[in-house]
Design a protein around this ligand. Structure first.
Ligand SMILES: Cc1cc2nc3c(=O)[nH]c(=O)nc-3n(C[C@H](O)[C@H](O)[C@H](O)COP(=O)(O)OP(=O)(O)OC[C@H]3O[C@@H](n4cnc5c(N)ncnc54)[C@H](O)[C@@H]3O)c2cc1C
Length: 342
């Protein structure tokens, strides 16, 4: 029988950022990942302090962004790379009213750190009303982050690439593993978890395209109009993602693909070719806050879910909150505590 402090179930942002907390604290653990591409691996990797529809800030934005930067420096120490791409988002204005609203919001104390008052024009795309730059926004190199982290976990015997079978779980043992605590980080897979299947996460299906632009843009920053466009390797670009909270079926949805193609054609007027289409399910919560907490009857069973559309910031910041709650009894913020639903 092997003994560990923790089992983590799920290999997305929630599971990996929680694993980082354990690595930093010198805890022993095993992470189970079924290796199905979850929401995290299809995500754009955008790190964004602003809600770009309404020009408001995101909850705890400054704290979350600085915590993420610090965490990525810590992770670099053992994976050898920093995955933060410090390229701002340029928000293309749909019309004059949006441009005026941006400038007004940029004067407010809340938005002043994030909305650049200088309006620019982005070359080689349609943007007659100009674009505003979101300061302190960035991207995560999603592919490299997961590839390297996986290699690190496997190399240090932390990774089990298999489905975790809830029906074979006992209070302190799973197969030949004895553990102190178990943390479920399963994204929408939580619906199959008998201990936490009732937490109110709702799937929101998101598609993105990988596109080949006939005339690649000569900059690295992220463009945002309806969706995000940014360069991957060579002439390949990421464009996405859509939001659909009603579609529950598996498979690529043609109307999401058309929505993306039309969205891109609105500002990129040269030819482009779709090289790939991917989709995933965001685990969202009505009150737009993550869900963290302890099982009512199993005090060493925990859940970390509901990261919504901000998996990177929420996953990073709240992994620490959950760790402190479990290890040091630090109370969870009521806004994210599972107890708010009980
Ligand atoms: C198209 C799209 C674009 C997005 N873009 C961004 C973005 O730019 N920035 C951002 O911050 N967020 C973005 N998001 C949101 C973000 O991806 C999610 O919030 C985040 O991925 C959720 O992470 P998670 O770890 O909770 O779940 P997941 O990433 O879904 O990970 C859970 C993993 O656990 C596995 N699993 C489940 N049950 C079991 C089991 N029993 N045994 C073993 N493994 C199991 C699943 O297969 C999955 O791999 C995007 C989402 C989508 C769909």
């Amino acid at each position: 029988m092997s003994q560990v402090d923790y089992i983590i179930v799920g290999g997305g942002y929630a599971g990996y950022f929680f694993a980082h907390q354990l690595i930093s604290a010198g805890k022993s653990f095993l992470l189970f990942s079924d290796e199905k591409p979850g929401a995290s691996e299809v995500s754009a990797g955008i790190i964004n302090p602003v809600v770009l529809k309404r020009f408001t800030t995101f909850w705890l934005a400054p704290e979350q962004i600085s915590f993420l930067e610090k965490t990525l420096v810590e992770i670099e120490k053992y994976t050898g790379r920093n995955y933060l791409i410090k390229e701002n988002i340029r928000r293309i204005f749909h019309d004059e009213a949006e441009r005026v609203l941006w400038l007004k919001k940029a004067e407010t104390p809340e938005l002043q750190p994030f909305l650049d008052k200088e309006i620019s024009t982005v070359d080689n795309i349609e943007n007659p009303f100009g674009a505003g730059s979101v300061r302190n926004s960035a991207r995560l190199d999603v592919k490299a982050f997961f590839e390297d982290f996986k290699i690190y976990l496997a190399g240090n015997k932390h990774l089990r690439q298999e489905i975790f079978k809830h029906e074979e779980l006992e209070t302190n043992t799973y197969h030949d593993i004895s553990f102190k605590n178990i943390v479920f980080c399963e994204g929408m897979g939580v619906q199959q978890n008998p201990y936490f299947k009732d937490i109110p996460v709702l799937p929101n299906k998101g598609h993105h395209l990988k596109v080949r632009l006939s005339d690649p843009l000569d900059h690295q920053f992220t463009i945002k109009k309806k969706h995000f466009l940014f360069p991957l390797l060579g002439d390949l670009y990421y464009y996405g993602g859509t939001y659909d909270r009603f579609e529950t079926g598996n498979g690529i949805n043609d109307s999401a693909v058309s929505q993306l193609k039309n969205g891109l054609a609105e500002f990129y007027t040269n030819d482009f070719e779709v090289a790939a289409v991917n989709y995933g399910w965001r685990p969202t919560v009505k009150d737009r806050r993550p869900i963290l907490g302890r099982h009512r009857e199993k005090p060493n069973f925990f859940v970390f879910n509901g990261l919504g559309a901000r998996g990177i910031l929420n996953g990073c910041y709240f992994s620490k909150e959950l760790f402190e709650f479990i290890e040091n009894g630090k109370p969870l913020m009521p806004e994210v505590d599972l107890k708010r639903f009980q």
